[in-house]
Design a protein. Sequence first.
Length: 338
Amino acid sequence: MDLRQEILELIAQNKEVRTRELVKKYKISRQYVSRILQQLVKRGDVVKLGSVRYAYYVSPKHAQKLKLKISKRFTNRNVKEHEVLDKIEKETPLISSLKENLRSIFNYSFLEMLNNAIEHSESENVELSIEENKDLIFHIDDLGIGIFKNIMKKRGLKTELEAVQDLLKGKTTTQPQAHSGEGIFFTSKIADIFILESYGYKLTIDNLLKDIFLEELKPAKKGTRVTFKISSKSQKHLNDIFKKYQTDPTEHAFDKTEIQIRLYTLGTIHVSRSQARRVLTGLEKFKTIILDFDRVPNIGQAFADEIFRVFKNKHSEIECKPINMNEAVQFMVERVGK
């Protein structure tokens, strides 16, 4: 019988095979076995699962059954996020069988969000789930102090809205000595949909609609729940997101951010100087600031003056770029600019 056919029958009987098992059974070289397995994978007769060290081969039908959903709960004590991911990869093909671009996106986003839960939440336990079908989705739940409350406390803010505003700027962290504050920023940008729920507030960043929503929830979610969702057919690449927020791509520095001005209007038409200062808080860390005036009907002269004259004079090295302005907003910006 042809060796290829024997391997297929062996997979049908045992559901999976590994290279070392075939080498031992047929007493042939590892290189020869690997070459045959690669041919079977290329023809679509078998599917390779697992990482390089833990690779194994199954039928396409069995691979589909395995790729459903996994859930885990662990005690948050002396645990590292990469160890959690390593264990998941050993137990399921769900992650290792992702396309290369999706796997890099998942690895970055999942590890960043899991690290937040482990190091910032002060929760005794952390729960997570991952599933992949039409979309790749993961949830991370903790019962800790809550992301918005934590930012409010550590940064001396008054409301959850102010915490959200800071969070969306990037480089926001409650542990500046140990963290850059980039994880949530980039994870929220690469996802199709990114959600944070915590103690009665739900922040949704919908990159498909290019919109941001903040709503109050009842009953309130104790701790923090992170939801990440991206299409399984997504062509996004992680490096493209990093480059988008670099003033000079050759420097590989996260020094560019984008601010949604409408999040600071608080339902009013004219925006005050104090609100402008709230917009500008922490932005001196960036070289380029994109100010998005989408759906902002008007702004006050004081607001425009604070950003486009006062801040500009104090930080001449920083470039502020207004976009999506209607005629009224553009008039006020140009007026103070003159």
